[in-house]
Design a protein around this ligand. Structure first.
Ligand code: HEM
Length: 331
């Protein structure tokens, strides 16, 4: 989860030169709970009762999943039941349900595949390939540097110091530095970032990270092109693409080696890791509010799939549950 404010602040940070002076050691030491993060998101992006506490602006969609069974996931119910229905939600990062779609930065996708026995398999990913921090404490510490200080403005020197002292946020900061505006949700790749397992009935484990690739290719807008767009264009662009062409995503799994990090989403796996296809999702419709009351908790998976001990992944379930409860009760 990231906020648009982060993107703009990072852009500012990157322009800053000079020596950092402030230490964030205190923020970094405190044990962070899910509610701390939810409150931090609201402090940074604003409070919007009744909306998701992250990725508040979104577009519902639906379609079908066609599995591509392979030996690394043999016996998985997800891949053994033929075509399955899919509920999706594409989104922009941040708490603001009216955020500007011209801005570069975080785009997200939540997908829930429904199995014949009612089980749900969730894939919830973002358009960046690496997370801002090795654990919730680092992520929180980083976000806290973006809060306004006593002068009412964020102090970029604090953020620069934090980035220097916390290498695990650096790859994500670099991504943000060059991030461009997504041309369409149908032209965006999404990354699961965490490590997951598939447990074979014979006791073997497949260690993997997933990513989702659009059949229409990844397309972004240059700054000048984005500036010409209206504040909202993603829903219309997507609907038009559905009319004119086939909108499809391929779900890929990168297969990890023993040395690839299991618990750290700020460490990317080498790009040469073998990738296998889990299946394809064909989108049939968009719009409406069928996804409004879905909690796209990435730890909710079908039989045989298990989450790793990645502390960021573990933090997501309670954070999503808090947000879900709050928004359903109008908070
Ligand atoms: C500690 C880290 C994280 C926290 C605390 C967090 C928190 C949240 C919260 C509170 C929501 C709103 C949930 C709801 O109301 O249904 C959310 C949504 C979302 N998050 Fe995260 N998140 C984290 C990490 C991530 C990561 C690593 C990714 C990408 C891999 C991600 C992708 C998304 C997406 C795509 C949504 C929107 C889902 C939807 O449309 O309902 N988040 N996050």
């Amino acid at each position: 989860m990231k906020h648009n404010i982060i993107t703009s602040s990072i852009t500012a940070i990157i322009l800053i030169t000079g020596t950092a002076t402030t230490s964030n050691a205190v923020a970094n030491e405190k044990k962070i709970e899910a509610n701390d993060l939810v409150e931090m998101f609201e402090k940074l992006g604003g409070k919007y009762p009744g909306f998701r506490k992250a990725h508040a602006k979104g577009l519902c969609a639906s379609g079908t999943f066609m599995p591509a069974p392979n030996k690394h996931f043999s016996g998985a119910a997800l891949l053994s039941n033929g075509e399955l229905p899919v509920s999706m939600r594409f989104s922009l990062g941040g708490t603001n349900p009216n955020s500007d779609e011209k801005s570069p930065g975080t785009r997200g996708m939540g997908m829930q595949i429904k199995l014949p026995n009612g089980a749900l398999h969730t894939f919830t990913g973002n358009n960046f390939p690496v997370f801002a921090g090795k654990d919730p404490e680092t992520f929180y510490g980083f976000l806290s540097t973006l809060l306004p200080d006593e002068n009412g403005k964020p102090d970029p020197a604090k953020t620069v110091a934090f980035i220097q002292q916390n290498p695990s946020v650096q790859a994500n900061v670099m991504w943000n530095k060059t991030a461009k505006t997504a041309a369409s949700f149908a032209n965006t790749a999404f990354f699961g970032l965490h490590t997951f397992y598939f447990d074979h009935p014979n006791g073997q484990k497949t260690k993997f990270r997933w990513n989702i690739q659009p059949n229409l290719g990844v397309k972004t807008l240059e700054k000048a092109e984005a500036a010409k767009m209206p504040n909202e264009f993603l829903a219309d662009t997507f609907a038009q693409q559905l009319k004119d062409e086939t909108v499809r995503f391929t779900i890929m799994a990168s297969l990890g080696e023993a040395e690839d990090s299991v618990i750290d989403p700020s460490q990317q796996w080498p790009s040469e890791r073998p990738q296998v296809i889990l299946g394809t999702v064909t989108v049939n419709a968009s719009g409406g509010d069928a996804c409004k009351n879905i909690n796209f908790d990435p730890n909710m998976m079908s039989a045989g799939f298990t989450p790793s001990a990645d502390p960021v992944l573990k933090m997501r379930s309670p954070a999503y549950a808090i947000s879900f409860g709050k928004r359903l009760s109008g908070q």
